[in-house]
Write a protein that binds this ligand. Structure first.
Ligand code: COA
Length: 471
């Protein structure tokens, strides 16, 4: 999905809804630096950050030049060049189980000035983003959220978690295998050429990760403001495999007070291979003169505790709903991922905003690939699944779940189905939660016997979804 994100016209419904409140909803031309700077000021204010100054402002300008940037303006305020609300968005890939990249629409910088809150401005912006995502051909919209109570009403739901992992240095005795390659200290800037390719491979093998844009790599490597204290404190490690090929990198800081051991803190560990992941973790946890290691935005499924003699050296805290997904095109989304089991499953999806509502038949074969059939426009109830695909999926399903006689015949006549809301679809989509857990919570409904068990097996992901950046 590569195209100029500003080529899609401004959403007319949001324009009209905000005009009715005396507000002007505008798509900003990044070449108009005065307008862009006003927007950047509003974004910083909205997130309670300090006023931006160079080189941070130059960085923001460069990042926003690649995005679709909207502001909402109120001529009645004393500084009308600063919008009273902001949002930015861009097309980006989302890794899904099986290693493919799904066309997604990232939404960020959602702010509304406290002087204009609770007048429906965020609603107008968020609904416009969904309409734009759909027009752009995205299968899902996605975001990371400051608060967990804002976005469910627009159909978003948590799809991949992140946690803080802490390791007690005194108890961190490594018992994992030796990696065949080597870890080297490198200057962060020297990683700039290798980071995109390593990150691409690390992202591809982790459902829930999104494509890295150039600016985020600069930020990870402390290159936005290299002379700042934070950048100068940054250390970088690179893992080269036994052939000398770079396969992973990490950046970290050691925070410390005079004469006291510090803490190793990191939020970047990008590994294209398991060897790289293990080797980088090892160097991070085996530093001397530190109390411990704190990894931010790590996976709920880190292998670390299995690599240390004392698994209790590792503690996990701050489990957060990190990636929020909103499905706008269920057929494209469901068809892109690979499934953990063969079978035929009907998803009856409810979506108050309409995008995903309908009955979708998922026919997964033993290799994990799936064909999705969505409702016919004439609404005759036939999902249109070709008989050949249906019988292939059913026989694979029957092989894995022994069934006989009447039950098998009944299943053959009527595919198993579950009913769920579009938010529940988002939560099960990457395999972050089992459909049966959502059924226990009274959210997903098993509409025919055996459907939940089948759904659990089909939606299982071989790798736990995880997103390791904010966007
Ligand atoms: C969150 C924020 C964007 C909401 O803007 P807003 O214009 O006041 O929101 P709206 O008036 O359009 O409200 C839309 C709905 O969301 C609800 N809502 C808005 N902010 C909410 C919050 N912080 N928590 C829970 N619900 C919230 C409203 O009650 C309303 O519900 P309803 O439509 O069901 O009645 C705004 O408070 C803000 O800028 N916060 C600081 C920055 C931030 O946290 N941004 C989110 C980035 S992920």
């Amino acid at each position: 999905m590569s195209f100029e994100p500003r080529s899609i016209p401004i959403d007319p419904d949001a324009k009209a809804a905000l005009a009715a409140k005396g507000l002007d909803y505008r798509l900003i031309d990044p070449a108009d630096l005065d307008a862009l700077d006003g927007w950047i000021d509003a974004d910083h204010r909205g997130f309670h950050h300090a006023r931006p100054r160079d080189p941070g402002r130059a960085y923001d300008r460069a990042v926003m030049a690649e995005r679709r940037v909207h502001g909402v303006y109120d001529d009645a305020v004393p500084e009308p060049r600063v919008p009273v609300a902001t949002v930015s968005s861009w097309p980006t890939g989302l890794s899904v189980p099986g290693g493919r990249s799904l066309d997604g629409w990232a939404v960020s910088s959602v702010t509304v000035s406290p002087t204009h809150r609770r007048r429906g401005i965020a609603r107008a912006l968020m609904e416009a983003e969904l309409a734009t995502a759909k027009r752009a051909g995205a299968a899902v919209a996605m975001l990371t959220a400051t608060e967990a109570t804002i976005y469910g009403r627009f159909g978003y739901a948590p799809a991949a978690k992140a946690v803080t992992v802490e390791v007690d240095r005194r108890r961190a005795h490594w018992v994992g295998p030796e990696a065949p390659g080597r870890v080297h200290y490198v200057e962060p800037a020297t990683l700039r050429d290798q980071a995109p390719a390593i990150s691409r491979r690390a992202v591809a093998r982790t459902p829930g990760e999104i494509d890295r844009w150039p600016g985020v790599l600069d930020r990870m490597l402390g290159l936005v403001d290299p002379d700042s204290d934070a950048s100068r404190a940054l250390r970088a490690l690179r893992y080269d495999d036994e052939h000398g090929q770079p396969q992973g990198f990490a950046t970290f800081r050691v925070t410390r007070e005079p004469n006291r051991p510090g803490w190793v803190e990191f939020d970047v560990l990008a590994a294209a291979t398991d060897d790289a992941e293990r080797a980088l973790w090892r160097v991070l946890v085996e530093q001397d003169f530190v109390t411990g290691v704190r990894g931010l935005l790590r996976s709920t499924d880190e292998p670390l505790e299995w690599l240390l003699e004392d698994p209790r050296a590792v503690t996990v805290s701050e489990v957060t709903d990190h990636l929020w997904v909103r499905v706008v095109d269920p057929a494209a989304a469901l068809g892109a991922r690979r499934y953990g089991a063969a079978g035929e499953l009907v998803l009856e999806i409810d979506d108050p905003l309409g995008y995903a509502a309908g009955r979708y038949t998922l026919l997964a074969s033993a290799d994990g690939r799936a064909v999705v059939h969505s409702p016919r426009p004439d609404g005759d109830g036939d999902d249109g699944a070709p008989k050949r695909e249906r019988s292939r999926a059913r026989s694979a399903d029957a092989e894995s779940v022994p069934s006989r006689g009447a039950r098998a015949a009944a299943r053959a006549a009527e595919p198993r189905s579950i009913r769920l809301d579009v938010r529940d679809l988002a939560s099960i989509y990457l395999g972050g939660v089992r459909p049966s857990v959502l059924a226990r919570a009274g959210r997903v409904v098993e509409a025919s016997p055996g459907a939940l068990q089948l759904a659990d097996r089909m939606f299982a992901s071989p790798r736990t979804p995880h997103l390791s950046i904010w966007f």
